[in-house]
Design a protein around this ligand. Structure first.
Ligand SMILES: NC(=O)c1ccc[n+]([C@@H]2O[C@H](COP(=O)([O-])OP(=O)(O)OC[C@H]3O[C@@H](n4cnc5c(N)ncnc54)[C@H](O)[C@@H]3O)[C@@H](O)[C@H]2O)c1
Length: 358
């Protein structure tokens, strides 16, 4: 039985992490939660029948001595709490984006290695019916020759208005690292993790006064405690971005990511290889002059809007029991983090930025 502690009690802790660990109750027991907001900590513990709550993470780690810690704080605090938990002897699931600079991500993985613990970024959107099916198809058919791709992640009116996603000081960036990071993670995973060479990116802000529903802004379970009122004047991150990533192997990927745009909602990935071209989420495969195949999308194993977190919790218990490898690998997350870092540098400098410049 692995003892689990949760650091921070916001939307994702309540709707994804805690339900996922509880699903595998034969292997996990959540012994405590923690949040600097005492009400959030107390109510979360009561809501889920968890024995203890804390407002101080260090005190919780000292008292509970957990095997596993979920780090669900806003992005700015990911590194601090991840390192604290690893050094306290826990394995860590840290929310995405793990970090926004390569050096921070490397420091976190080095700390995990030093302590002989597992650290996984919660890249939960790999686990969608189409992406799971595509990965299986790609592995089975040896498609390792992808030379061009496209990502499109569009929300109509989906600027998150709970928490502090819109404030750079706390979230470290906008739509690109909030929803774009899921697409990047899925992309490098499907492409076999080619190393990034350069990024050319543009960021914009066009819709900060137009707020939609909780669900359309990512609180998929539709329930959050809104601790502070959204103030559009505080928004200093992008709600739209576009650009192109070039990989060391010559492959190119163009992308557009929007929290808000006058376009249909999309979570599309297009991959063109010499042998096959793959369209997601439609699960269409094209080749030859007019050949076309439909991949059967996979039925998700868990009935939750945050099913990906259940896959990750399931994988972690198997890793800790010596039965599996981490499904989200450090080298993939480090590559994604490099792309994020180059993305924001490029947007700031207004030109293509190469990895060798770092
Ligand atoms: N994987 C996914 O699909 C997914 C979806 C949503 C959010 N997230 C990620 O989860 C993280 C949290 O997002 P959320 O939606 O739960 O946000 P939220 O605003 O609902 O919750 C954040 C919580 O952190 C607490 N907090 C803030 N600073 C803290 C500190 N220094 N120490 C301890 N607690 C602190 C706040 O009191 C709040 O309860 C973010 O990194 C976000 O990117 C991931």
């Amino acid at each position: 039985m692995f003892k689990v502690c949760i650091i921070s009690c916001g939307m994702i802790a309540n709707n994804a992490h805690i339900p996922a660990f509880k699903k595998f109750r034969d292997d996990y027991e959540i012994t405590a939660v923690c949040d600097i907001n005492e009400t959030a900590a107390r109510e979360t513990a009561q809501r889920h029948g968890i024995a203890s709550f804390y407002t101080d993470a260090e005190a919780m780690l000292e008292a509970e001595n957990p095997d596993v810690v979920s780090v669900c704080v806003p992005n700015k605090f990911h590194k601090e709490y991840t390192i604290m938990a690893l050094d306290a002897g826990a394995n860590v699931l840290c929310e995405k984006p793990l970090a926004v600079t390569y050096n921070d991500a490397k420091e976190m993985f080095d700390c995990a290695a030093k302590n002989n613990k597992v650290l996984m970024a919660c890249q939960s959107m790999r686990f969608t019916p189409d992406r799971l099916a595509a990965k299986e198809y790609i592995d089975k058919n040896g498609i390792d020759d992808i030379y061009y791709g496209e990502l499109s992640r569009i929300r109509r009116r989906g600027i998150p208005f709970w928490g502090a996603f819109h404030i750079k000081e706390i979230s470290c960036g906008g739509a690109f690292i909030d929803i774009g990071v899921h697409m990047l993670d899925a992309l490098v995973w499907l492409m076999g993790n080619p190393q990034v060479k350069s990024v050319k990116a543009v960021t914009m802000q066009n819709h900060k006064d137009e707020i939609g529903s909780l669900k359309s802004s990512g609180a998929l379970a539709g329930k959050v405690d809104i601790a502070r009122k959204f103030d559009p004047d505080e928004m200093d991150v992008e709600d739209f971005s576009c650009g192109m990533i070039t990989f060391e192997n010559g492959a190119r990927v163009s992308f557009k990511v929007a929290w808000a745009a006058n376009m249909p909602e999309s979570s599309d990935i297009r991959l063109i290889g010499k042998k096959r071209g793959i369209y997601l989420p439609e699960c269409d495969v094209f080749y030859g002059e007019d050949e076309h195949e439909k991949i059967e999308s996979q039925k998700l194993l868990y009935d939750s809007p945050f099913a990906g977190h259940f896959y990750i919790a399931d994988n972690l218990r198997k890793v800790l029991n010596g039965e599996a490898e981490p499904v989200i690998k450090p080298e993939e997350t480090l590559n994604v983090t490099r792309i994020i870092e180059l993305f924001y540098k490029s947007a700031e400098l207004g030109r293509e930025v190469y990895l060798y410049e770092n």
